[in-house]
Design a protein. Structure first.
Length: 308
């Protein structure tokens, strides 16, 4: 059983374009041979790897952490199902287990401790008839706001068979189903133990590929100021701000240089490991958004640019 999402990797044609985008998005960067690594400022492990490969962007792999018992159980399960174990695709990647999912995506699971974020104080807020903040101004000045992501929260992969991939990640990898969108349009999976509502989601497409990665912000103000920074740098606004039904989170999406997306989010549902959470099937409309400043998602929001 996996306990946390660690990182994902993309093969890209231009590392500088990736460096400019993800540092503008608010991530810290380090350089390696033919690759770049990015992480949020409070994290002790890389959360995105960009590898310089080919003429177009291509999803490369994703990596999870678990404990030793979880790794041993997963290895036994893979062997029982005759799922081949692979060598790491590069020397400086994690050890543990490497294998392919049912779409051929390369997956890594290694031993590692989930890194919990340090608790941050919640700002006092006024609401109708309730004045938690009295006699003081609540408007944050932009230069006093830490508008940088705290963590890679989740990612979405395209798949031609949502049900098959859902079953693989739940029955083999040990994830749990949180919610689905009707017609096997999408499935949202969390890790074992305490988890955000989803750390991996699967979205219907004609082919595998990368849809987006999502990063947690500390407040709605931070998400909005981060969005202003990215937009002012010339990157393409994709959708939002708005509120998802699935996961309940506030969202704002931007296109990366290769027509994938990165999302700022805030206020995601959280599922304790000992809670008997019942998965719900949502309509496509309500699951995708309860409200959005620019209405329904644009026509290309669900386009798989890796499908050709």
């Amino acid at each position: 059983m996996v306990l946390s999402l660690q990182h994902f990797a993309l093969g890209v044609p231009d590392l500088k374009a990736g460096a400019d985008f993800y540092t503008t998005f608010g991530l810290d960067m380090s350089e390696g041979q033919d690759k770049l690594a990015f992480r949020c400022e409070a994290r002790d492990h890389d959360e995105i790897l960009l590898l310089e490969t080919g003429k177009s962007r291509k999803f490369h792999h994703l990596s999870f952490a678990t404990d030793q018992a979880g790794l041993d159980a997963l290895k036994q399960r893979l062997e029982e199902l005759d799922i081949a174990l692979m060598d790491p695709p590069a020397e400086d990647l994690p050890d543990g287990l490497w294998f392919h999912d049912t779409d051929g995506n390369l997956v890594n699971v290694h031993v590692g401790e989930p890194q919990l974020l340090e608790a941050e104080p919640v700002a006092a807020r006024n609401s109708p008839g309730v004045f938690a903040r009295k006699g003081m101004r609540g408007t944050p000045l932009p230069d006093q706001v830490r508008a940088r992501p705290r963590k890679l929260g989740h990612m979405i992969l395209f798949t031609p068979d949502v049900g098959r991939q859902r079953d693989f990640y739940t029955q083999v990898v040990g994830m749990k189903l949180s919610d689905e969108i009707e017609g096997e349009f999408a499935a949202f999976l969390r890790t074992a133990g305490d988890s955000d509502h989803h750390v991996l989601a699967l979205l219907k497409s004609d082919a595998p590929g990368f849809h987006h990665a999502s990063f947690e912000m500390g407040t709605i103000d931070e998400a909005a100021l981060g969005a202003m920074r990215v937009r002012e740098a010339g990157y393409t606004h994709a959708w939002g701000p708005g509120r998802h039904g699935v996961g309940s989170n506030y969202f704002h999406y931007f296109r990366d240089p290769w027509n994938g997306m990165a999302e700022f989010y805030f206020d995601m549902d959280f599922v304790p490991g000992d809670l008997d959470w019942e998965a719900q099937e949502w309509t496509k409309k309500d699951g995708m958004f309860l409200w959005s400043a620019d209405g329904p998602p644009p026509p290309d929001f669900g386009k798989n640019y890796e499908a050709g």
